[in-house]
Design a binder for this molecule. Structure first.
Ligand code: MN
Length: 203
């Protein structure tokens, strides 16, 4: 029960592993600067809350919780994102449960890719596209997250995410988000996506 703060996870591959989808420069900036800023931001707010509790002093709950939701959402989504990317050449194809689930729900992988791509490309400003799983209906559903924390459904399990904040692609793709999204499909870790689906059904 001791862990009281968030920590920045290391990438599960080297900084060069995702090229040419993402270069080392792009990945370092994204992971070491942006992701770590959300971890530090979340921890700073938690410490502020701890201090206020200790002193029994007032907190602006509305502002504090909004800021916390943004930072924790950012940290959790980035952590999921790194893990659902595969080193170049190791993406594989959907197999097993995830393959059957995609076919049943969307008709084909191509259709899922088309819908997910439209979701990613059309996110206004900063956000995410996510493939999620609703345990109540046993349906995979695509979610379009605004910022890191808006339009998120409670309890849905996240199978795969794609960060479409400009900081995720600007070094490598400038303003061409659609090219970045297209390249993403070559580095999806389908084994991890399948593992998350199996885990969602089991727990
Ligand atoms: Mn990001």
């Amino acid at each position: 029960m001791e862990t009281k703060i968030y920590t920045l996870p290391e990438l599960p591959y080297s900084y060069e592993a995702l090229a040419p989808f993402l270069t080392e420069n792009q990945l370092r900036l994204h992971h070491d600067k942006h992701h770590s800023a959300y971890v530090n931001g979340a921890n700073a707010i938690l410490q502020r809350m701890d201090k206020a509790n200790k002193e029994n002093s007032d907190l602006d709950m509305k502002a504090t919780l909004k800021e916390l939701s943004f930072n924790v959402g950012g940290h959790l989504l980035h952590s999921l994102f790194w893990e659902n990317l595969a080193p170049t050449g190791e993406s594989g194809a959907p197999e097993g449960l995830i393959a059957r689930t995609i076919d049943e729900e969307f008709g084909s992988l191509e259709r899922l890719k088309k819908l997910f791509t439209q979701t990613a490309v059309s996110a206004e400003g900063s956000g995410w596209a996510a493939l999620t799983f609703c345990k109540a209906t046993k349906r995979p559903l695509i979610m379009q997250v605004e910022k890191h924390n808006v339009n998120v459904y409670p309890m849905f399990r996240i199978l795969m995410v794609l960060d479409v904040w400009e900081h995720a692609y600007y070094v490598d793709y400038r303003n061409e988000r659609a090219k970045y999204v297209e390249a993403f499909w070559g580095n999806v870790n389908w084994r991890e996506v399948n593992r998350r689906l199996e885990d969602a059904l089991a727990h």
